[in-house]
Design a binder for this molecule. Structure first.
Ligand code: AKG
Length: 286
């Protein structure tokens, strides 16, 4: 990282965070949420996991989807339409304070996502760049500097329980061309000398660039769950999709009208359904 004298930009972001984000493609902000807040989020995660166990198979209602693989609840998108705890934290002013120096305060949201990795589960996220999921490409302008993904650690993230790995600097390895599909999957980076686990404690927040290589390994621990709350924001003027998050710094709560994000038929198919019953394959995306 370049030598930077550390100066606070806000109560959470310093010049070092900004330099690390620019140089490495990610930065970690420690102790953003208190243990009480994390307990609240952990309970919300558990309620959705129980919901997943009850419904038993991958299930969708408009933008909200619960992914179940081999009877294991592994992820979910857009709980916030139906869950006041998740909805509260997606618009928490501390998240705005963290992303604002990078993408401003007039923001839409594309990702509102929960990841579980239960001990011993066969869940992993092979190394990739998130640009792969920012589709269609033409809905996003200048993705490199208009998009930030955030992740809140609910549990301790350690190598043994499936912490995310990141390859610092890999966002600059190639021109940031969102149309270049050869960038999307990045499994060959597993032997890159720069790769490192992202060690997080509950309440820490990581933010990363759409072009940095990252992914997560297996949870091989016996007891440590590994839950991660992910919210991705984009400069509103550079994206034609998404739910509003903040308009010039003022938070915008969700309504029951779902915006077009990743589910193309969001306004055609309003009922809940099991995609399998309609011969629809649902892939886990990010
Ligand atoms: O949950 C993880 O370990 C990885 C998440 C990830 O790679 C992503 O959200 O793009």
């Amino acid at each position: 990282m370049s030598q930077v004298i550390d100066v606070e930009i806000s109560s959470l972001i310093t010049k070092k965070h900004i330099a690390q984000f620019n140089d490495d493609g990610y930065t970690l902000i420690k102790n953003v949420f208190s243990s009480k807040e994390i307990n609240q989020l952990a309970m919300a995660f558990d309620r959705w996991k129980e919901f997943g166990n009850l419904i038993g198979r991958t299930w969708r209602k408009q933008n909200t989807i619960v992914w179940i693989e081999d009877s294991v609840v592994r992820g979910m998108q857009w709980p916030s339409y139906h869950d006041s705890v998740m909805a509260k934290f997606r618009l928490d002013t501390r998240l705005l304070e963290i992303v604002e120096p990078f993408i401003g305060n007039n923001l839409k949201q594309i990702i509102n996502q929960l990841h579980w990795k239960m001990p011993g589960s066969k869940i992993s996220w092979p190394l990739h760049r998130d640009v792969r999921s920012r589709q269609p490409v033409e809905a996003f302008k200048d993705l490199f500097s208009s998009w930030v993904q955030t992740g809140i650690a609910i549990d301790h993230h350690r190598e043994e329980n499936g912490a995310m790995f990141v390859v610092p600097g890999s966002h600059k390895d190639f021109p940031a061309d969102a149309n270049d599909q050869s960038l999307y999957s990045a499994v060959s980076y597993k032997n890159d000398p720069r790769i490192k686990p992202l060690i997080m404690d509950p309440g820490d927040v990581v933010i990363w660039n759409a072009f940095v290589v990252h992914g997560g390994g297996f949870n091989s621990s016996n007891y440590l769950d590994r839950r991660f709350y992910i919210n991705g924001y984009v400069k509103a003027e550079n994206c034609t999709r998404g739910e509003w998050a903040w308009k010039n710094g003022r938070s915008v709560p969700l309504t029951e009208d779902n915006a077009l994000i990743q589910f193309e038929k969001v306004n055609e198919v309003k009922e809940a359904f099991y995609p399998e019953d309609r011969n629809i394959s649902e892939y886990v995306i990010d």
